[in-house]
Structures are given as structure tokens and as C-alpha cells.
Design a protein around this ligand. Structure first.
Ligand SMILES: *Cc1c(COP(=O)(O)O)cnc(C)c1O
Length: 345
């Protein structure tokens, strides 16, 4: 069991949040709104949006299988990544542990918040163990970051080891499942009841095709989500985003269709890469991208840029020497990429 009061920074635990006009009347019927100094003209953009996004959360409850009061919505996952630092980590005192290599925002947010970041190198197959992650922790470790499927490697982190970390750690474990829609592994969202120290992240930016609207999600116990809501900006998700997300969530079958096509295409593009004489290895992936080790990644990258095709050069990242990270596009885009690489001089 965890003691949330001991984990949360004292100033946050005792914080009296900003109380907005819309917070105070919430729940009762009203006809005339003269409480928020809004302009009565220019509907619907004249009104402040719902600070707790209740309609959107009611829809997400059905789609994600998590109770609405266990969902936090933010301005991209970026906000859901930053808030745990501000909630749990005393700057200059506390630290976090993370797998390495992984998504870059965990370290950027640690640096911004002046929180020490302790990377734990994955092995050659991009796996880790609970023992290694827990050994990197001390009395000031508040958060362990696990990204699964991991970016940039694409593989899932061994589930039994992740469970051991969650059970064995007296702080917060955050599992970033940004790519879970592409993955056959069961999501950790369904185990929030079992693990009171678990936060799971999702995003509308990948499988849902809505990177432009900036909507990220955190799923956790109601106690943790209440603290997120206390610390966030009052109107952190704007009206246009809430509306567009509701629109997208109406059609989960469209997303299923996209995912099916992208997974088929992923197999096809990976097969083509494996046939390229300049490609040494493609690593196993459960996401909408893959990591490929090339003879000379910089050369292939520069050549593709000249051809107007942009992939991600991950060569300078640990364990990713000479690796390109390739996102799966449309059939036409993928064909363009493969044709170009086959013709590389
Ligand atoms: C792309 C990505 C996200 C999404 O971030 P948003 O701010 O929601 O767009 C989150 N986590 C990982 C690991 C990612 O690769």
C-alpha cells in the first residue's frame, strides 16, 4: 500500500485550488450566466469551457473502461507528464527513475522541474527487469517511468517485470501506453483498482489520429486524479478540443480500421526493409513505427531528406547506433519510402 500524503509535496497536499465561476455553480440548472465576466455575444466561443470536461469523460469511460472520476484530461500527454513532477517531486531533492532509451519528454520535464533523472539502460533486446529498476531507486525516488510499447524501440516491456515494479515500489509508477491501440498486450488501465500507485497514460495523438487537437489522458485512482485536477490550469482543455475529441470518439470503428491497415502495412514495410542490402536488422515492434539498424543511418537519412522523405535518425541515442525510426504512413507513402531506399546509390 502507498501513503499518498507522504508522496505528495506538502505545498500541493495543502493547496487550496483556484475556484472558477463554473466550478461553483456546477450541477444546478441555470438560465442566465452573469458570473464569469464573459461577453454575452459570440456564442459558443464566448463561454469558458467545462473545467472538468465531464461530457468527454463520460464518453471516455465507455471507450476506455475506466470510471470518469479516475480520468484526467490534459493539453496533450505533455501536460500529464509534467504534472506528476509538480505534484510529487520536490525540486532539488527528489528524483525519478526511467528506462533508457525512451520518450524524451520525461527527461525534459525532469530538467524543467529541477528533478534528478536516473536512466536505467535497457539490454540489447530493449528489455529490463524489476530488479534493475528498483536497484536504481533510493528514499527520494518518487516516480518510475515505463513506456510500453516503448518509443523509440517499439517493443513492449515484459509485463511480469512491470507488475513486479508496481508491487515492489512505494512510490508512483507511470506506464505510458501511447501506442497500446497497436499492441496485442492487455493494457494496464484495467488494473487500476489492484494498483493504487499506478498511473497509465494514453493520447489522442497516435491511433486516434488527433495529434493537432492536443488531448492526453491519465488514468489513476480517484485520489490521484483529484490532485491532478487541483494543480492543472482551470481551463486546460479548450472547447474546440473537447468537441473534436467527442466527434472522434463517436466512431471507434474508424480507428479500428486505421489500426488494422497500419498493422498490415507495418508487416509489409518491415519485410521490405529486411530485404534491403543496407539494412542490418529490424527490431520487433508493437507500435505504428519500427526501429531499423542500417549500415550507415546518417547516409540513408540524408539521402531520404534529399528525396523529400523524412524519417527519424536515432543514431546518437544509446543502444540505437545506426538506427532509423520509421513511422508507418499510407500505402502510397510507404511505397515511396521503399522505392527510394531500393534506389539508393
Ligand atoms: C507520441 C507520444 C506521446 C503523445 O504525446 P502527446 O503530447 O499526447 O501528443 C506520449 N508518449 C509517448 C511515448 C509518445 O511517443
Amino acid at each position: 500500500m502507498i501513503n499518498l500524503e507522504q508522496l505528495v509535496r506538502p505545498n500541493i497536499w495543502s493547496l487550496a485550488p483556484y475556484s472558477s465561476a463554473r466550478n461553483e455553480y456546477a450541477g444546478r440548472e441555470a438560465r442566465v450566466f452573469l458570473d464569469a465576466n464573459e461577453n454575452p455575444y459570440n456564442a459558443p466561443y464566448n463561454r469558458y469551457p467545462d473545467p472538468l470536461q465531464l461530457e468527454l469523460k463520460a464518453t471516455l469511460e465507455k471507450v476506455k473502461g475506466v470510471p470518469a472520476d479516475c480520468i484526467f484530461l490534459g493539453n496533450g500527454s505533455d501536460e500529464a507528464i509534467d504534472l506528476p513532477y509538480r505534484i510529487f517531486c520536490e525540486p532539488g531533492v527528489d528524483n525519478v527513475v526511467a528506462i533508457e532509451p525512451t520518450y524524451g519528454m520525461y527527461k525534459v520535464c525532469a530538467d524543467i522541474n529541477n528533478v534528478a533523472y536516473r536512466p536505467v539502460l535497457l539490454d540489447e533486446t530493449f528489455q529490463t527487469t524489476a530488479e534493475k529498476l528498483l536497484a536504481a531507486c533510493d528514499a527520494h525516488t518518487k516516480i518510475i517511468w515505463i513506456c510500453s510499447p516503448n518509443n523509440p524501440s517499439g517493443n513492449t516491456i515484459n509485463r511480469a517485470e512491470v507488475e513486479k515494479v508496481i508491487r515492489g515500489f512505494e512510490g508512483i509508477v507511470i506506464v505510458d501506453e501511447a501506442y497500446s491501440d497497436f499492441c496485442h498486450e492487455q493494457t494496464f488501465r484495467s488494473q487500476l483498482k489492484e494498483f493504487p500507485n499506478l498511473i497509465v497514460l494514453n493520447t489522442m495523438s497516435k491511433a486516434w489520429g488527433c495529434a493537432a487537437i492536443r488531448l492526453g489522458m491519465a488514468f489513476a485512482s480517484k485520489e490521484i486524479i483529484d490532485i491532478f485536477n487541483k494543480v492543472k490550469y482551470p481551463y486546460n482543455v479548450n472547447l474546440l478540443t473537447q468537441r473534436q475529441a467527442l466527434e472522434a470518439l463517436k466512431d471507434p470503428f474508424e480507428v479500428d480500421k486505421w489500426v488494422r491497415i497500419l498493422l498490415q502495412e507495418r508487416t509489409r514495410v518491415i519485410d521490405a526493409f529486411r530485404m534491403l542490402p543496407i539494412c542490418q536488422e529490424v527490431f520487433p515492434t508493437e507500435a505504428n513505427f519500427f526501429l531499423a539498424r542500417m549500415d550507415d543511418a546518417q547516409k540513408a537519412y540524408d539521402y531520404l531528406v534529399d528525396e523529400g522523405i523524412i524519417v527519424r535518425n536515432r543514431s546518437r541515442i544509446q543502444l540505437c547506433q545506426n538506427c532509423l525510426r520509421v513511422t508507418i504512413g499510407t500505402k502510397t507513402e510507404n511505397n515511396t519510402l521503399i522505392a527510394a531506399l531500393r534506389q539508393m546509390p
